[in-house]
Design a binder for this molecule. Structure first.
Ligand code: C2E
Ligand code: CA
Ligand code: CA
Ligand code: CA
Length: 282
């Protein structure tokens, strides 16, 4: 029994070691990604339910590593945050997203918006509003066409400092979205306190539509509440026509999800938007 216990312990220990080593190699690989051009952005269209037009895109980060293959952002972004690299990566994402939008604007897509995900470390950094102002100026993007997506955890961290930053962004004219709305806690308090323009209802609540009565009640309530606060309401992770119809019936402003389109590379996304007709059957 003792030997078995020891073996179990050893195996556990070995696994831990492997996990730690994997994280360490991933972290050091991550350190080189910017230099080696291994990062790229994909873009997912967002659709207005009132007009059936593509109103904007969300930029999503992809890492294709020659050594480790394609690593999902949910795996490497936490590592980039731990090492502080997210600051450099986040600035690259912002600039690249604005550069791509700038190219699309030359094709006449002049009302299209781009949404960029922002990590807590970026927001807490003293000069982040200056970084955003500089990127907008360098790329010639009107501030009103940029939206920053912040999760509830970002908003909870250091509430005072966060509020000041958000007001600085609003002064710039940049739109501010709460991402994954409903998955954190105390969502309602900061809706009142912070100058948010958009709520993105998390996929977790959209999944059960239209039949799950709790999900239906929650989404309907969030849409109504968002509207009474003057906010733009977007539903994420819409995968079916039935979900889309439910959301349209409740007056949800916009949808995003595989039912409209998967995240696409810049060229494919431009083609998708240009070929999209409001009556295009998806
Ligand atoms: P998110 O911001 O909530 O992004 C939405 C995620 O849902 C994306 O996953 C997208 O590909 C996926 N998605 C969209 N529509 C559907 C659908 O209909 N069904 C399903 N099953 N999934 C859908 P992705 O690209 O893997 O990104 C995961 C998360 O990584 C993002 O969640 C965001 O939190 C983070 N992330 C991605 N890019 C960046 C970035 O540039 N900076 C930061 N800080 N975080 C990022
Ligand atoms: Ca997002
Ligand atoms: Ca989200
Ligand atoms: Ca999410």
């Amino acid at each position: 029994a003792k030997a078995a216990g020891r073996r179990t312990f050893m195996r556990y220990d070995d696994n831990m070691d492997v996990a730690v080593r994997q994280r360490a190699t991933l972290s050091s690989a991550l350190r080189k990604v910017l230099d080696r051009g291994e990062l790229r952005l994909v873009f997912q269209p967002r659709l207005s339910l009132a007009t059936s037009r593509v109103t904007g895109v969300e930029a999503l980060l992809r890492w294709s590593s020659p050594e480790h293959g394609d690593i999902p952002p949910n795996d490497f972004i936490p590592l980039a945050e731990e090492s502080g690299l997210i600051l450099e990566i986040g600035e690259w994402v912002l600039r690249e997203a604005c550069l791509v939008l700038g190219r699309w604007r030359q094709h006449g897509l002049d009302a299209l918006t781009v949404s960029v995900n922002v990590s807590v470390l970026q927001l807490l950094r003293g000069d982040f509003p200056d970084v955003v102002r500089r990127v907008l100026a360098d790329t010639g993007i009107p501030p009103g066409l940029l939206e920053l997506e912040l999760t509830e955890s970002v908003l909870m961290a250091n509430a005072e400092q966060t509020a000041a930053k958000l007001h600085a962004f609003r002064q710039l004219g940049v739109a501010l979205a709460i991402d994954d709305f409903g998955t954190g806690y105390s969502s309602l308090a900061y809706l009142k306190r912070l100058p948010i323009t958009t709520i993105k209802i998390d996929k977790a609540f959209v999944d059960g539509l239209p039949n799950d009565t709790e999900d239906a009640a929650i989404t309907s309530t969030v849409i109504a509440m968002g509207h009474s606060l003057g906010l733009n309401v977007v539903a994420e992770g819409v995968e079916t026509e039935a979900q889309m119809r439910f959301l349209a019936g409740r007056g949800c402003d916009e949808i995003q999800g595989f039912w409209v389109a998967q995240p696409l590379d810049a060229l494919q996304c431009l083609a998708f938007i240009r070929n999209w007709r409001p009556d295009t059957p998806a």
